[in-house]
Design a protein around this ligand. Structure first.
Ligand SMILES: Nc1ncnc2c1ncn2[C@@H]1O[C@H](COP(=O)(O)OP(=O)(O)OP(=O)(O)O)[C@@H](O)[C@H]1O
Ligand SMILES: [Mg+2]
Length: 250
C-alpha cells in the first residue's frame, strides 16, 4: 500500500443483481489532496464514494482508512470512521425544523463535543468560515440553495473531519454560486488540510478544485493523474471523455 495514502481501495467489487458496478477497483487517495472522480452517468461514482465511508459494503476487496480495513467493521465500530470521513451533501443534509444554529450544533450535541458555550462559539466560527455569519436563527427554508450547501458544509466541519466526500456539490446551482462552492471546497482543504474527494459533472469546476483526477470506466479507475496528464492521454476511453469535456487546462 502507498504510505502517503489516506484511503486505499484494493480489488473493490460491487454488483447489484447481475449488474457489476465496481470490478476489482484499486485507488489511493493521498493525504491532503483533492481528488476529483469523473465518469459517465451510471459508471458507479456515487457507489464508489459510498464505499469510502462504508455506507455501502463491497462484495469483495477492501477499503483501508489510514491503513486499517474498515469494510469488515460493525456499525458501532464505524462511528469513529464516520466522524473522520464526512459526506456533507448526502440527502437530507439539513433538518428543516431546526434553525441553522441548531443544525450546525447537532453533531456536536450528539457526540457531546465541548461545553454548551464552546459549541455556541464554534457555531459562530463555522458560520463565518463558510460565509454565513449572522444566519444563526434562520430556518433552512429561508436560505437559498447555495446558502444551504454552505450550512451543510459548516455542519460537517463541526466535528473536525479529516476527509470530505462531495457528491455533485454544485449540481443545481447557477455558475456563480457553483464557483463559490468550489472556492470554498478549495479553501477548506487549504485551511484545514482536508483530504477531499469530489464527484462532479462540472468540468470547469473539476479543473479548478482538482490536484488529481481519476476516471472511472467499466468498474475500474482507468486512468489517474493531473489535469494535463488526463487531457494528454491517448487511451481512447479516456481521450473521448476528456476531449469532449470543457476542461480548462492549467
Ligand atoms: N442501491 C442500489 N441498488 C441497485 N442498483 C444500484 C444501487 N445503487 C446504484 N445502483 C446502480 O449502479 C450503477 C451506478 O450508479 P451510481 O449512482 O454510482 O452512478 P454515478 O456514476 O454516480 O451516476 P451519476 O453521474 O448519474 O450520478 C447504476 O446503474 C445504478 O442504477
Ligand atoms: Mg452519482
Amino acid at each position: 500500500m502507498n504510505e502517503a495514502a489516506k484511503i486505499s481501495c484494493r480489488g473493490l467489487r460491487k454488483s447489484f443483481g447481475s449488474l457489476t458496478v465496481l470490478d476489482g477497483l484499486d485507488l489511493d487517495v493521498l493525504g491532503g489532496e483533492t481528488l476529483v472522480i469523473l465518469g459517465r452517468s451510471g459508471s458507479g461514482k456515487s457507489v464508489l464514494i459510498k464505499h469510502l465511508n462504508v455506507l455501502l459494503r463491497p462484495d469483495a476487496g477492501s477499503v483501508m482508512f489510514e491503513g486499517r480495513d474498515v469494510t469488515a467493521l460493525r456499525e458501532h465500530q464505524l462511528v469513529d470512521v464516520r466522524l473522520k470521513v464526512a459526506m456533507p451533501f448526502q440527502a437530507g443534509a439539513l433538518f428543516d425544523s431546526l434553525t441553522i444554529e441548531e443544525n450546525i450544533a447537532f453533531p456536536m450535541n450528539q457526540h457531546k463535543v465541548g461545553t454548551v458555550a464552546e459549541r455556541r462559539d464554534r457555531v459562530t466560527e463555522l458560520l463565518e468560515t463558510v460565509g454565513l455569519a449572522g444566519t444563526h436563527k434562520r430556518m433552512p427554508s429561508e436560505l437559498s440553495g447555495g446558502m444551504r450547501k454552505r450550512a451543510a458544509l459548516a455542519r460537517s466541519l463541526a466535528v473536525k473531519p479529516e476527509v470530505m466526500l462531495y457528491d455533485e456539490p454544485t449540481t443545481g446551482l447557477d455558475p456563480v454560486t457553483g464557483h463559490q462552492i468550489n472556492e470554498l471546497i478549495r479553501s477548506l482543504q487549504e485551511q484545514f488540510g482536508l483530504t477531499s474527494i469530489v464527484v462532479t459533472h462540472d468540468l470547469a469546476g473539476a479543473t479548478f478544485v482538482a490536484d488529481r483526477m481519476a476516471f472511472l470506466y467499466h468498474g475500474v479507475i482507468r486512468k489517474i493523474g493531473s489535469v494535463s496528464e488526463m487531457c494528454a492521454e491517448s487511451d481512447p476511453a479516456v481521450h473521448e471523455f476528456f476531449s469532449l469535456g470543457n476542461f480548462r487546462q492549467p
